[in-house]
Write a protein that binds this ligand. Structure first.
Ligand code: ASP
Length: 419
């Protein structure tokens, strides 16, 4: 059985068993706690390696200038907007109200929330090993960016470090896969505990959560991506979606931006007319750091969990969420369920209970389908923007309506390069 089906099964069975066991379901909770521990175990090294590898993909030092800056600003800007929309949707739809989970082990005091300035000042680690050891993810991200740049500037001599980190990131991807295989059991246990303690009423809020996520993703697609294409780039929107069809299909079925990258490269170069030069720089970076769909969910999930635990998030907390969720989306690996791993960064930043992750993990696959499509389409939009502003967009190709279908397993480079 496919993992996502098992996860949904874990969610449903856990709810039923929890209802049957009632209060006694608390004995299942430790299994869920172990699962959460495993997820947490992955975060630091996953973010560290995948972030550094993302930056080293900007391997041409000349590209680090104008094009790099433009790309990064667009990626970060659209991500921050995505979180803002997610927060707004969650505040309007209130998916988590009425669950009333207990939050015995945490207490949130608004005054203790780190101030904005404090967060910024704390971003730069004085001791990166300390940041890794203490799991200070924001500092780890900043260090990874510098490390990636350093590797690039070191040229030949930096290559061995790059290779080690590439390999570490692959290893962390496969470890994530291993932990995700245990997700159905963790979800089962947590859901049994939740349903046993709080009743079946938990399912309706979860449906509302999925609904809020889908609506916001569609809104983001139309408003932000449509707006950039139509108003900023003065391009017709139709050819964009038509040209990206193969990337969309792959993103929805694999729920992995990284796995979809070959198809995205193909679609953007062959169908949308973006130069190979721009596409091969913007897209690999985007598949690692540009995650608007993930960001939307992190905003919605944070509000959902705060409402479920009856914790009021003030505007200061929401601002902290925008910053941390932007960085956590940047640090999120483009793999199935990557966003659920980095959600702990967002929750931790405002003192929300990590148990909340196991509850939303039950619907992770559902949110990941549209989320990954949004992530991949965002990469395409930014590639178009950068290409057009650099005079490297073949408008004739874009408007031609001639679309070459992606052949699975054939990355764009093997299609476009002359023999
Ligand atoms: N699956 C997403 C991606 O690969 C990441 C996530 O949100 O989990 O883009």
């Amino acid at each position: 059985m496919k993992l996502w089906k098992k996860m949904l099964l874990g969610l449903s069975l856990g709810t039923v068993v929890g209802m049957l066991l009632g209060e006694r379901a608390i004995y299942l909770k430790p299994i869920g706690t172990v699962f959460l521990g495993l997820l947490n175990m992955l975060v630091v090294l996953l973010v560290f390696s995948s972030m550094t590898v993302g930056v080293t993909s900007i391997n041409d030092v000349r590209k680090l200038g104008r094009v790099g800056l433009k790309t990064l600003l667009l990626y970060m800007g659209t991500t921050a907007i995505a979180i803002g929309l997610g927060l707004m949707a969650a505040k309007l739809i209130n998916p988590g109200t009425g669950i009333a989970l207990a939050h015995d082990q945490i207490s949130l005091n608004i005054d203790e929330t780190p101030e904005f300035l404090h967060i910024f000042l704390n971003l730069v680690p004085s001791n990166p090993i300390g940041s890794l050891a203490n799991g200070n993810i924001l500092q780890v991200i900043v260090f990874s960016i510098f490390l990636g740049l350093g590797i690039n500037f070191a040229g030949e001599k930096g290559l061995p470090v790059a290779r080690v980190l590439e390999s570490l990131s692959e290893v962390m991807f496969s470890m994530t896969g291993m932990v995700m295989n245990l997700a159905p059991y963790g979800i089962f246990a947590i859901m049994a505990w939740v349903a046993g303690t709080f009743g079946i009423g938990i399912l309706y809020p979860l449906l509302k959560l999925v609904f809020a996520h889908y609506i916001t993703c569609i809104f983001h697609l139309v408003l932000v991506y449509g707006g950039i294409l139509f108003f900023l780039l003065k391009l017709r929107v139709g050819p964009f979606f038509k040209g990206m069809t193969d990337a969309i299909t792959l993103a929805a079925s694999t729920t992995s931006s990284s796995a979809s990258l070959p198809a995205t490269l193909h679609c953007v170069e062959e169908n949308l007319g973006v130069s190979k030069n721009i596409a091969s720089f913007v897209l690999p970076l985007g598949s690692t750091i540009n995650m608007n769909g993930t960001a939307i969910f992190q905003g919605i999930a944070a509000v959902f969990i705060s409402q479920a635990y009856g914790i009021d998030l003030g505007w200061q907390n929401l601002a902290v969420i925008v910053v941390t969720a932007t960085l956590s989306a940047v640090g999120c690996a483009g793999i199935p369920g990557g966003g659920i791993v980095t959600l702990s960064i967002v929750l931790g930043s405002v003192g929300l209970p990590l148990e909340g992750i196991a509850i939303v993990a039950g619907i992770d696959r559902l949110r990941d389908i549209i989320g990954t499509v949004i992530n991949v389409l965002g990469d395409g939009v930014v590639a178009l923007y950068v290409a057009k502003s650099e005079g490297e967009l073949d408008l004739e190709q874009y408007n031609s309506g001639e679309y070459i279908s992606y052949e699975h397993g054939k990355p764009a480079s093997t299609v476009t390069e002359a023999p």
